[in-house]
Design a protein around this ligand. Structure first.
Ligand SMILES: [Zn+2]
Length: 353
């Protein structure tokens, strides 16, 4: 009797740790609020995880030093998302580029959850420190954690190995796709004569970007890609094709307000991972209003600048600094998906078309 009791308790614990694994059929994405950095948790139907970036270190500044993981702002927000998704480890961590709003949370997160495979573009440009102070120290801390796991540095056109989901690298270390992805390659009439300038010209344009395909569903995340490499992906030819959901480059900064990207990708939904005063530029929010085919923009934060053309409040996860709500996305292989505002709990459906 006692043994049966123990067996039931053990079975119950194992089951409780994997609430959705047995029945998962959707691709789930958590756009985690890291206050104007990036951290995006992707959980495949097979229960594998791909985390794109780890937000800021410590108390959330570029200059913060990682400390007690229990106190770390962004690492704990990532852990909360993982728990909500019913996952206990990061199988793949993609670090888009080496700035502390993207690689800073890794030291503390690695003490809260196991991280297996590290994916990146090897190292920052030697000049990166001149672009953003503290970049090299943050990279050294990241590299020390990376050394404990498996490391991949895929080039544009190569895949990140995930079961049931196709993740193709489109940009890395300033290089971009050499030839169009299947079905892409049309001339893009919306292209300007030259690329718009990147706000930060050294490490952002080196971002590792990925196109994720799950059946008919397509999602593009290019980190802080900007300037020439962002332009080269969609001009003069569109090398990517369309994306149902586009996580707008560089937190929706002014250098992401490139009409040719929206004309090429024709996203149904654009998500802006901005902070109250970081990203979410007036020019970008204005560009969303005229983006062809766009059904909705969503923002992680209400942009605080006077006159900012924010999307409607019900598509903004954080109206002020009183919480840290995420946006979640759940996609089916027929291309349909839904987006949920973590603050209101309200879900909007985007049916198959
Ligand atoms: Zn950034």
């Amino acid at each position: 009797m006692k043994q049966i009791g123990v067996a039931i308790i053990v079975f119950g614990l194992v089951f409780a740790m994997r609430p959705a694994a047995a029945t998962r059929t959707t691709l789930d994405v958590y756009f985690i609020d890291v206050e104007g950095g990036q951290s995006t948790l992707i959980v495949t139907p097979a229960g594998e995880t791909l985390l794109v970036d780890t937000g800021f270190p410590g108390d959330g500044r570029f200059a913060s030093i990682p400390g007690d993981p229990k106190q770390a702002r962004d690492a704990n927000r990532i852990l909360a998302a993982a728990r909500a998704a019913g996952v206990t480890r990061i199988d793949n961590l993609l670090t888009t580029h080496f700035h502390a709003d993207h690689d800073g949370g890794v030291v503390e997160l690695s003490q809260l959850m196991p991280i297996r495979t590290f994916i990146d573009h090897e190292s920052p440009d030697p000049q990166a420190e001149a672009g953003v102070a503290g970049t090299m120290a943050a990279f050294d801390r990241y590299a020390a954690i990376r050394a404990k796991g498996r490391h991949l540095a895929p080039k544009p056109g190569e895949r990140i190995p995930l079961k049931g989901v196709e993740v193709t690298v489109v940009s890395s270390a300033s290089a971009t796709l050499q030839k169009p992805l299947a079905g892409a390659g049309a001339a893009n009439p919306a292209c300007a004569a030259v690329a718009s300038e990147a706000q930060e010209k050294i490490e952002n344009p080196r971002s590792t970007g990925v196109l994720l395909r799950f059946g008919r569903f397509r999602f593009l995340d290019v980190g802080d890609l900007s300037g020439g490499p962002l332009f080269n992906l969609v001009c003069p030819k569109n090398l990517i094709g369309t994306a149902d959901v586009y996580l707008v480059a560089h937190h929706g900064g002014v250098d992401a307000a490139v009409p040719a990207t929206f004309a090429a990708l024709l996203p149904r939904v654009a998500i802006v991972n901005n902070g109250p005063a970081k990203g979410g530029a007036q020019e970008l929010l204005a560009a969303l209003r005229v983006a062809p085919g766009l059904e909705d923009g969503w923002q992680l934060h209400k942009a605080s600048a006077a006159g900012a053309q924010n999307v409607a409040d019900d598509r903004i996860a954080n109206l002020d600094e009183s919480g840290a709500h995420w946006i979640t996305l759940s996609a089916h292989d027929d291309g349909s998906f839904s987006v949920t505002n973590g603050r209101t709990g309200v879900t909007k459906l985007y049916p198959r078309r």
